[in-house]
Design a protein around this ligand. Structure first.
Ligand code: UDP
Ligand code: MG
Length: 353
């Protein structure tokens, strides 16, 4: 939970402000400059090798949010980029102190970058958006409108998707339908991490410190008043996707294992089914042999097929156990979720993790 900041303490003691005036004047510019209130909106964006898109991203976010006339901050999380992203982020921060930077010590992955961004964000409403401009920042004001109506989680629903491969579209569609069916959280179909969350939701998410984070699932799991806003997901403007097939598979496994025990129970179901089928088979084989003299299960091939079949099923089940066991191991190690090597523009103490 974020601890009380300098600003909050000041806010609680207005009487002090006149006495403290000379002191305030001697404070470094950074603290003087920051308005004495928390930003209304935080825009959180994970960044991994997006040097071509960052300036444009910044420009479009400001163009979309500034007209609302309320204080806001842009929290950019550099997830161990190997290009010039961090230099560009520094330039943006120099020019506009509303741009705040979290620099990870290495690449921790998209979901953890989002987590760090929402941990540090101070806004009353926090928007999470990809920095590759696939999610248009212009949709955020529409989300804010719903927030003002009292909704607490406003998620973007991809009504249309441009520039995605047929393979990605097909696998995503199958995955979201499977996960909806087998988990006990109703993750809406065709949603990603693009969403606006109320402070209460962000605080609830911050209290959940699991390592294999499937944020779009967690933000549904917490409950609250939720609503979708349809939008057109654009094609990536530059650079390439950082989600190759291997990462997508791992992400899918994170989503399923985090919300469902069904894969573990598969062993039980399979066991009972195979036991029932073999019991029938055994009885049949005996009857056939005694009544007609036919040897129904003849030869080595039959034995081999049965052994290999059952052996492979057992291996698969072990593998599924392994998926859960490895994740449990990651949890019990209690390592921090991410390591921030540099935090720029944030006031007060860093949130405790
Ligand atoms: N990203 C990140 N860390 C990673 C991979 C991606 O912070 O390890 C960021 C990336 O910069 C982008 C967002 O997460 O802003 C989504 O990634 P990407 O566009 O590659 O995924 P896709 O849209 O293709 O699913
Ligand atoms: Mg993208």
């Amino acid at each position: 939970m974020p601890s009380t900041s300098f600003r909050e303490v000041q806010g609680k003691a207005p009487v002090m402000s006149s006495i403290a005036e000379p002191l305030r004047q001697s404070l470094p510019r950074q603290q003087l400059h920051a308005p004495d209130e928390r930003p209304t909106f935080s825009i959180v964006a994970p960044v991994y090798n997006e040097q071509e898109l960052l300036p444009e991203f910044y420009r479009r976010v400001v163009a979309a949010i500034e007209p609302l006339g309320e204080p806001f901050e842009i929290v950019l999380v550099n997830d161990g980029s190997r290009d010039r992203s961090i230099e560009i982020m520094h330039e943006l921060h120099e020019r506009d102190p509303r741009v705040k930077i979290l620099n990870f010590s290495r690449n921790f992955g998209h979901q953890l970058a989002i987590t760090a961004g929402t941990d540090y964000a101070r806004g009353q409403a926090v928007a999470v958006i990809d920095s590759d401009l696939q999610d248009p920042p212009e949709v955020i004001p529409q989300m804010i409108e719903r927030w003002r109506e009292g909704y607490q989680v406003i998620y973007g629903v991809r009504a249309e998707r441009e520039g995605e491969t047929a393979f990605k579209l097909a696998t995503a569609s199958v995955f979201y339908r499977i996960i909806r069916r087998i988990t006990n959280v109703n993750i809406p179909v065709d949603t990603g991490d693009f969403r606006l969350m109320d402070r209460k939701v962000v605080d609830a998410l911050a209290s959940m410190r699991e390592h294999h984070r499937f944020m779009r699932g967690l933000s549904v799991w917490v409950g609250f008043k939720q609503v979708g806003v349809p939008y057109k997901r654009d094609a990536r403007k530059a650079g390439e996707t950082k989600y190759p097939l291997s990462k997508m598979l791992k992400f899918a496994m994170d989503g399923i294992t985090a919300f469902s025990y069904l894969p573990l129970q598969l062993a039980t179901y399979l066991g009972f089914t195979i036991a029932a089928v073999s019991a029938i088979g055994i009885v049949l084989a005996i009857i056939l042999r005694l009544a007609t003299g036919i040897n129904a299960l003849e030869g080595q091939a039959t034995t081999l097929v049965a052994v290999l079949f059952l052996g492979s099923i057992q291996l698969i089940v072990f593998g599924i156990f392994g998926e859960y066991l490895g994740r449990i191991y990651d949890e019990v190690k209690r390592r921090p979720l991410y390591i921030v090597s540099e935090a720029l523009g944030f006031e007060g103490e860093a949130p405790q993790k």
